[in-house]
Design a protein around this ligand. Structure first.
Ligand code: GLU
Length: 300
């Protein structure tokens, strides 16, 4: 269930495939209709036409405004990525979000994406700014005090990203005297501070800011989920590498407004019944970066 830690052997073709994915080729919604790999291929999903979801205030609000507002990331290649030029959104998480929207009767034209950083996710859901959130969002008990989750739909683990020529770090116990970068409000930042002893920590709003600082030599390592780190390595394998093995379990859920059990059950049923869609999205977006994994069962 864990992803592979071996990213260094990634072939050129795989890198090209990931770059292509990041540039929005092969998104299931290229044709705006859920057609995987472009217009010529069969649709991965249909936009549902006869939806009935009793007792979901979130769904009622979507129907009322005739659209869905989804919180996502925009700087995580392979997961949640926005092309700076075209504005096109791609990635495993973004397509999971689209698939859910389609299951509720909304097509791409009816989706509004909001890029929301890790630290602001719970508040965005509590405020009702978004209907749901799909973006490397680990299910935790502390978050569940404010919101609910559907899923998990993916499992990865916390890892370390270092410069490709750095052999001094092989795991979280090698961080004495090192400056480690992560993101405000994230579980990896919390864990590295609580359970390990880095020399210092630097926190940013986004992981891409950490990647820039690592490349500039301003920090020694980045810590977050390996699925995220693998996306950065795949784009710059000569500059970056993952160091060591994963040292946590991060179970990605779909963030939902607290108490919307009807929506939670709807999404869980979609995930449970949609193994073929899941596999296709995984193969398109994550496998090219060397990530391994299988679809987890949803929580009861
Ligand atoms: N999965 C972790 C979390 O939810 C780290 C990734 C992120 O910040 O989105 O905190």
């Amino acid at each position: 269930m864990r992803m592979s830690r071996t990213i260094t052997g990634l072939g050129l073709a795989a890198v090209a495939a990931l770059a292509l994915t990041a540039c929005n080729s092969g998104s299931p919604t290229d044709a705006g209709s859920g057609a995987a790999g472009g217009e010529s291929e069969e649709a991965l999903w249909e936009v549902a036409t006869d939806v009935s979801l009793e007792g979901s205030p979130t769904y009622d609000a979507m129907v009322e405004r005739d659209g869905v507002v989804i919180g996502v990331k925009n700087d995580q290649p392979g997961l949640g990525y926005e092309d700076a030029v075209s504005g096109e959104r791609t990635g495993f998480d973004v397509d999971i979000a689209r698939w859910i929207a389609a299951s509720l009767g909304f097509d791409e034209d009816q989706i509004t994406y909001q890029t929301i950083p890790s630290a602001n996710r719970e508040q965005a859901l509590v405020n009702g700014d978004i209907d749901y959130y799909v973006g490397t969002y680990s299910i935790t008990d502390s978050r569940k005090q404010q919101i609910d989750f559907a899923g998990p739909y993916f499992i990865t683990g916390q890892g370390l990203l270092v410069a490709a020529d750095d052999d001094s770090i092989e795991g979280p116990d090698d961080l004495a005297g090192k400056v480690v970068c992560s993101v405000t409000g994230s579980t990896p930042l919390q864990r590295i501070r609580d359970e390990y002893s880095p020399g210092d920590t630097v926190e940013n709003d986004t992981y891409s800011q950490c990647v820039e600082q690592l490349k500039q030599g301003q920090v020694d390592a980045i810590t977050t989920d390996e699925a995220i780190l693998a996306g950065y390595v795949a784009l710059e394998p000569d500059a970056l590498k993952i160091a060591g093995d994963p040292f946590s379990e991060e179970r990605y859920g779909v963030g939902l407004p607290k108490g919307d059990t009807a929506l939670q059950e709807h999404i869980n049923a979609l995930l449970t019944d949609g193994g073929d869609v899941w596999t296709s999205l995984f193969e398109t977006h994550l496998a090219p970066a060397g990530i391994e994994g299988e679809q987890p069962s949803v929580d009861e």
